[in-house]
Design a protein around this ligand. Structure first.
Ligand code: LLP
Length: 416
């Protein structure tokens, strides 16, 4: 069931009217459904219930403390990629024992912070990183629990910017070098080899490439055991896709059914790093139409949200459905328009050549499926304050991030 639906002719998030919210918090604003977030997380817990597992929510998708604390209370861990994300995860109440640190460029300071917090595991992405982590851990007199991120060289069949498991990508250690790298790691006194890790890409709409990659990682784990290197955890990464338009990604159950046989056989704790499939369809970007404009060659709808608020259409050519908040708007005549923001770039669009029911100045619109990689990728370009974020729970809401002020925007700067 969708948590964004029409009730009494108005689009609502759970039981809260988006029109009413716009009046209180203004636009643009991100609106999240708590029930949808919890449902996304519960889908994984249910599908993987037969094996020991930890769902390490990928913080980069949506790192709002309100969102993360809801997930933390429901048992989520975190997949982090920076010291900043570690800070947020701990502030949101996520247990360090459920935090894994991924990423291709961890600094020494970030390593120290994570070792101090005693996180579950570091996913190491190169042999040079292994050496540095070993040094840092020895300096601190501790051992860093590690997995190597293996690049399994499979084609995830997704947008090239978010495919990470191909040989040509910057991520991970090539599959055929992994064994030797593990043997090095096992000899380093500052490290403790505990896991194996992979992540092949994002917005995956087929489970088969993930299953192929898992098979490669499980084969590696067996080879390591023959060399007395015991792997207790396999991190299968994130990446499960969502429906933006007409995609048909696997359900949690379908995903688990394909992956579980090999993982069960390996006898490991399964770690997962989902982001988009938890937060993506749990959020929308609420915006108001500022102007209409017809240049003769094209019709434009100018809205108060822009590429600084939601960059996915500009950056990836991504599709986000657009719904009128007033249900009556759906019955109006259809027309083809570009939906654009106020930013001074032609690349600033939220939808291009989109067939929409006619919209009028001052109409409220919802840009759907914006809960993941929406606010998290927002910027202050054109000195635009970042939008407010609201979390809805039934018939109540909380402003989990207030709209930025002009003062926020210049804080930390020094005029000379
Ligand atoms: N783990 C690792 C190591 C990752 O790099 C990512 C995403 C995830 C987990 C979570 O993947 P998810 O479950 O969300 O697909 N900005 C892009 C997506 C970039 C994904 C980067 N890594 C977008 O808006 O589509």
């Amino acid at each position: 069931m969708s948590h964004f639906d029409y009730r009494d002719s108005e689009l609502c998030c759970e039981q809260v009217s988006l029109r009413a919210l716009a009046t209180v918090v203004g636009t643009p604003a991100y609106v999240y459904s708590k029930a949808a977030l919890l449902e996304g997380l519960a889908g994984y817990h249910r599908a993987f219930r037969d094996v020991p597992h930890v769902v390490c929510y990928s913080v980069k998708a949506n790192s709002n403390l309100g969102v993360m604390s809801v997930l933390a209370k429901a048992g989520a861990g975190a997949d982090i990629v920076s010291g900043g994300e570690l800070y947020r995860a701990l502030r949101a109440g996520i247990s360090p024992k459920k935090i894994i640190f991924s990423g291709v460029g961890k600094s020494r300071d970030e390593m120290r912070e994570a070792l101090k917090a005693e996180i579950l595991m570091f996913n190491v992405e190169s042999r040079s990183e292994l050496r540095v982590l070993d040094e840092v851990a020895l300096e601190m007199g501790v051992r860093a629990p590690i997995a190597l991120r293996v690049n399994p060289d499979v084609d995830p069949q997704t947008h090239p910017y978010i495919a990470t498991g191909l040989k040509t990508s910057k991520f991970g250690i090539p599959h055929d070098e992994a064994l030797a790298a593990y043997e090095d790691a096992a000899k380093m006194r500052g490290l403790e080899v505990v896991g194996a890790d992979m992540h092949i890409g994002s917005q995956l709409t087929k489970a088969t490439p993930v299953a192929d990659a898992v098979a490669r990682v499980v084969a590696l784990v067996k080879a390591l055991r023959e060399r007395a290197i015991e792997i207790r955890m396999i991190d299968i990464g994130g990446g499960l896709g969502i429906r933006y338009r007409d995609e048909t990604p696997p359900t949690h159950e379908e995903y688990a059914t394909v992956l579980l046989p090999a993982l069960r056989e390996a006898g490991v704790t399964v770690l997962l790093e989902p982001g988009r499939s938890i937060a993506g369809n749990a959020g929308i970007l609420l915006t108001r139409v500022l102007y209409r404009k017809d240049t003769g060659a094209k019709k434009f709808v100018v809205i108060d949200a822009a590429m600084n608020d939601l960059i996915r259409p500009s950056l990836y050519g991504a599709f986000h459905d657009i719904l009128p908040v007033d249900e009556a708007g759906r019955a109006r005549a259809r027309e083809t328009v570009d939906v654009v923001g106020p930013i001074c770039e032609s690349g600033d669009f939220l939808a291009k050549d989109r067939e929409l029911a006619h919209v009028e100045q001052d109409d409220l619109l919802a840009l759907m499926s914006a809960g993941a990689y929406g606010f998290a990728m927002a910027s202050n370009y054109n000195t635009r304050p970042r939008a407010a974020e609201v979390l809805v729970d039934g018939n109540r809401y909380t402003i989990v991030r207030r709209r930025e002020t002009y003062e926020d925007l210049v804080a930390g700067e020094t005029p000379l």
